[in-house]
Design a protein. Sequence first.
Length: 471
Amino acid sequence: MLVEVLTTPRSVTARRRLPALAAVLAIAASACGGERQPFEFERAPIVLIDVAGLRADRIEPEPGSGEPARPLAALARDSVVFQWAFTPSPHAATARAALLSGRYPVALGLLADGGTIPEETATLAERLAEHGYRTAAFVAAPAGSPGSGGSVRGLEQGFESWEEIGGDLEQVVASAVTWLREAEAPFFLYLQASDLLAAAPGVGAPGRESPEQEQSSASTTRASTARSETLPAGAGAGVIAEVAEVGEADRLTAIDEVQDEVYDAKVRAVGAAIGALLNALDEEGLGGRAVVALTSDRGVELAERHDASAAGSVYAPVSRVPLLLRLPERLSRVEPRVTGLVDLAPTLLDLVGIEPDSAMQGNSLVAILDQRGRPPYLAFTDSIEPDGGLAVAMAGYRLVVHRGDDRAELYRLTEDPFELADLAAEEPEKVEVLRRRLEEWQRGVVGGRGGEGEGTDDEMLEQLRNLGYIQ
């Protein structure tokens, strides 16, 4: 049953929450046969890893396996894994701004093609710096790269050091490790890379076309050649050799297999790089003290929906993202409640005893961690395009609304994670509840940037009207 609650209570202060969470951890430890003093999270080092294009299903154990076989499953075993986390935007640069600020892109004045974060925005890095944290960022992909969704200026706000690395996550980690070996705690270390966007169709690499589109043998050869150039050594070579010689149906299946092999090979490389970072934390004596968060500013389409507009899609293959929190005391579980990337900044502040900025629009997840959270749990996604889509997830369902014709689609997430079976006609009452939630959010989120008439120029007002945020 879908229950509608009209208000989402903000979480209580960190000083109340932290003892409660510590008590939970102490009880868990006692249940395992030993007692220990609760860990104090205040001033704990924070490491935030953001891998654009990393999919949530690549974090989970492989079905039917006795031991998790995914390359990042070891980290997941020691973490709280938020199973249904969603990005606020399918455009990586604008989603990254939301991640670092705890505010929705449209509230920051950012649209699909980017923009500038207002100077008055209190970012996660700025709040931490105000409380004595050293702050550093190592970023592989400059804004504007394939799949990034434009250029966003101001991401560096609050960082003492912001270094752009011309390489992949392995090189980002190498630079970050050099920095952390010299850094004094407490520190906030942000790592960002876009290795996996280049491995996905629709965001800078050739992909599978829909079955309805006729393809010549020449286009098949080009797709195969392009794939072979992006594959790590040995990955998918046998599949590629056969692609140009099979029939149309088999050709599409073969290209899908190549896409998966390319992507999974790159995920393994990402997992190895993250493993090297975690080892460095252990070597510096920080592994048991740091809060480590792993997420992605957007996922990728791997031919589940054959979505030709995947780069700006609000469907789950693109908008569902992994969200893992490894705490100093290993609290390990899969958390099924819906969350959003805007929730991470206030959560990290809360965990180390710092009150989230009042302008942050996300909610701290600490109340969920210590089992005191109250529904509804909501996550909103907006393509921020006049002809694009919006989506809201709540209570195991997700509604996708198309701006062009106001068409609504309803999906049950646990049974249909790729959103293939539309239930809107079967469950109209749920459509109505979620539509109302989406409309309430649209009306309220713009107020988070000063309201319709304050600090908003005429051009932005017109764009907000076109997007449905202002009537």
